[in-house]
Design a protein around this ligand. Structure first.
Ligand SMILES: [Zn+2]
Length: 481
């Protein structure tokens, strides 16, 4: 009986400690200030975005691709934003990489950078309800390739800067603007611009690139939208797994052809994934959301260190998106055996696209695969497109505080949370030039809206043109002007 009382007492004490920890959680985020939102001529801004979408800047896959759309877009930007172009110093890097610089009045401040890309992925041939480069407006949306990723956002950066310049202001902080021309394929434009900046010894207070959006988080009791700001980027590598054997006639197949052997390897690897972990970025995500969540979620998050062993399998199972936050992902995308139905190949291979978790290295993927598969299989990491995970942005920095402040100001009740970005952006190449990178596109989205990206019937809400301009305008005001 006494033992029961002791157990009950310990349980009550344990719960009490968890409740106290939840009650003691403090919101340390930079608080918003009241400010006067500028008037935006939305019709004019939307027309500017439509004009940019109508120029089909499909990433140039080879030297035979026409560069005319890129020249057209650059001429269009000059004509549409004359004040910006009169004020900024413009450089073309690697022919089509657009780099601008507006000199700040205070030389003691490190520059800030706003970046993005001019190119779009090719449109699918069929399935468009509106022609991909017509930028038609229907149901409050601009329809077309690049409307979401990221012509509207690109135009918003120019528009927001011009609004400050039109008001007769010059920035205190030097501002750079870098727009690559092949973000969707190789990132050569960004690499070349980064090289130039590194040679000139430029370092940045922050770099603000495209990335994740704001989501509805009412489910966990957060009133305003939740801004998921990418503060790091996973690594990227394609691994090739080869099963070798003897070629031969398909009429007398051995017990295990190379195709069968490969299939076994794929199943085995799919079952033995790389280890899931709570990285610092995920821990900070939980910490940022916790103060503003409803009590039951606050209780869970304030005691995340206790609940993590329970949370991990849930997050791994809930959805591919939550699973991808915790571990290196392996997507089996190419399987190749024979080219003919009656020929047994002497080797079969699979290509696995891997997104490498923070805290791991590209080489760890090979070590893991080889360990799971044994020496019977050859594992090779392909060089093309390979890159290590980036470092994580400094969340004690000026840039991060201004990001938190701006989110709360432009989206009342909004909460800013760091987010490990799982897709690819050009800003990963600039990682050595700053310790504060944001991968963030400042509009509220849901899964259906984001699914238009790189897909047929891509669209962008007209109201989000306003939201992007307001956000960039205020962020620039908080950080540069
Ligand atoms: Zn993009």
């Amino acid at each position: 009986m006494i033992a029961l009382y002791i157990i009950l007492g310990a349980l009550v004490l344990f719960i009490l400690i968890m409740v106290i920890r939840a009650l003691l959680v403090k919101d340390t985020a930079e608080q918003p200030e009241a400010y006067e939102k500028p008037q935006i001529d939305l019709d004019a801004a939307v027309k500017k975005a439509q004009g940019a979408i109508r120029i089909p800047t499909i990433s140039m896959a080879d030297e035979n691709a026409s560069d005319k759309p890129f020249l057209d877009l650059q001429a269009y930007l000059e004509q549409t934003f004359p004040l910006f172009h009169q004020t900024a110093e413009k450089r073309l890097v690697d022919n089509y990489g657009l780099m601008y610089r507006i000199e700040g009045t205070d030389k003691s401040l490190l520059p800030g950078m706003f970046m993005g890309h001019q190119d779009v992925v090719p449109p699918q041939e069929e399935g468009w309800t509106h022609p991909p480069f017509a930028a038609e407006i229907e149901d409050g949306c601009i329809w077309g390739r690049g409307s979401f990723d990221m012509k509207s956002q690109l135009v918003s950066i120019f528009e927001a800067t011009e609004m400050h310049l039109r008001a007769g202001k010059m920035p205190q902080r030097t501002m750079y603007f870098c727009f690559g021309y092949d973000e969707e394929i190789a990132g050569n434009g960004a690499k070349a611009m980064c090289k130039v900046l590194a040679e000139e010894g430029v370092r940045f207070e922050f770099i603000f690139d495209e990335g994740m959006n704001l989501l509805d988080a009412s489910m966990i009791g957060i009133e305003g939208p939740l801004a998921l700001v990418g503060v790091c980027e996973k690594g990227w590598v394609n691994a090739k797994i080869t099963a070798k054997g003897k070629a031969g006639h398909a009429a007398m197949p051995p017990k295990e052809t190379t195709a069968v052997s490969l299939a076994k390897a794929v199943v085995k690897l799919n079952k033995h994934q790389m280890k899931a972990r709570f990285t610092p970025a995920v821990n900070m995500l939980i910490k940022s959301v916790c103060p503003r969540a409803s009590f039951k979620y606050k209780l869970l998050m304030a005691n995340a260190d206790i609940f993590k062993p329970l949370l991990k399998p849930i997050l791994l199972r809930i959805s591919p998106a939550t699973a991808s936050l915790l571990r290196t992902t392996m997507a089996f995308t190419v399987l190749h055996a024979s080219d003919a139905a009656n020929v047994m190949p002497d080797e079969s291979y699979a290509i696995v696209n891997c997104r490498v978790n923070l805290g791991e290295k590209v080489e760890d993927v090979k070590t893991h695969m080889q360990k799971v598969l044994g020496s019977k299989y050859e594992v090779e990491l392909l060089a093309l497109g390979q890159h290590e995970p980036t470092g994580m942005s400094d969340l004690d920095s000026f840039g991060w505080r201004m990001m938190q402040k701006t989110v709360g100001e432009v989206f009342p009740g909004g909460v800013t949370a760091p987010f490990p970005f799982v897709a690819g952006t050009d800003s990963k190449y600039y990682d050595s030039l700053t310790n504060c990178t944001f991968k963030f596109s400042p509009h509220i989205t849901d899964a259906k809206y984001r699914a238009g990206m790189h897909n047929v019937n891509e669209y962008f809400k007209v109201s989000d043109v306003e939201s992007d301009i307001q956000f960039y305008y205020r962020f620039m005001q908080n950080s540069c002007f």
